[in-house]
Structure formats: structure tokens, C-alpha cells
Design a protein around this ligand. Structure first.
Ligand SMILES: [Zn+2]
Length: 119
């Protein structure tokens, strides 16, 4: 998608002051959790994010969302996020397995003609 904003005249931007020291720190934003569900806020640390997958806390005060992106693209995080996903898939798999096994045993009993003796 190419927007005409990309070709904005630089003259407009020159009115903005150059980078100054002491700019506002970026606080943690809960809306980031929509894109990164593994994130959590850190109660006493407004400028930090906690990654549930990595069990790690890192600062977002300078880059904000780009700090998050940087963390999420990291090798360690990818590995942790993947293992977390695998865990939930495994538990789902086991649930399906159990119900499938139940169905199988019922079907097997019907096929072999073993009478279902109920007490
Ligand atoms: Zn992480």
C-alpha cells in the first residue's frame, strides 16, 4: 500500500524540533497485549513489560512497541513462545485422544459382540 503521505514535503517536518534529551518515556500499554498476548504489565514498573513466555521483564521506556517487537523477534522468545504453544496443543491432543479412545472401546465392544454388562 503506497500512501501519498510517504511523499510528504520535508518542509513541513522541519518545523518540528530535532531530537531533544529528556523526552517522555514510553509506558507499558495494555493494547499491546492484543498483538502480543504473552505480554503482561509489571505492577510497580510502569515502563517495563513482562513476557509470560520468557518469564522476563524488559524495559519499553525508549522504544515502546518497537522494544516489544525486538523482544518478540528474538531467538529466545521465539523458542519460548513455540514451547508454550506446543504445550497447549499437547493438552488439546490428549483431550481428543481420550474421547477418541472411549469411542474406540465402545465401537470395539459392539463389533466383537461382547455384551455390555451393567451393574
Ligand atoms: Zn518473550
Amino acid at each position: 500500500m503506497s500512501s501519498p503521505a510517504d511523499y510528504d514535503t520535508p518542509a513541513v517536518k522541519t518545523s518540528l524540533p530535532p531530537h531533544k534529551k529528556g523526552k517522555l518515556l514510553q509506558k507499558y500499554r495494555h493494547e499491546w497485549e492484543e498483538a502480543y498476548p504473552c505480554l503482561n504489565s509489571v505492577s510497580e514498573e510502569l515502563y517495563k513489560a513482562n513476557c509470560k513466555a520468557c518469564r522476563r521483564t524488559f524495559s519499553v521506556s525508549h522504544g515502546g512497541l518497537s522494544d516489544i517487537k525486538q523482544h518478540a523477534s528474538g531467538e529466545q522468545h521465539s523458542r519460548n513462545a513455540r514451547s508454550q504453544k506446543t504445550q497447549s496443543v499437547v493438552s488439546q491432543f490428549f483431550m481428543t485422544e481420550t474421547s477418541q479412545a472411549e469411542i474406540d472401546s465402545v465401537t470395539a465392544a459392539e463389533i466383537t459382540g461382547i455384551p455390555h454388562s451393567k451393574a
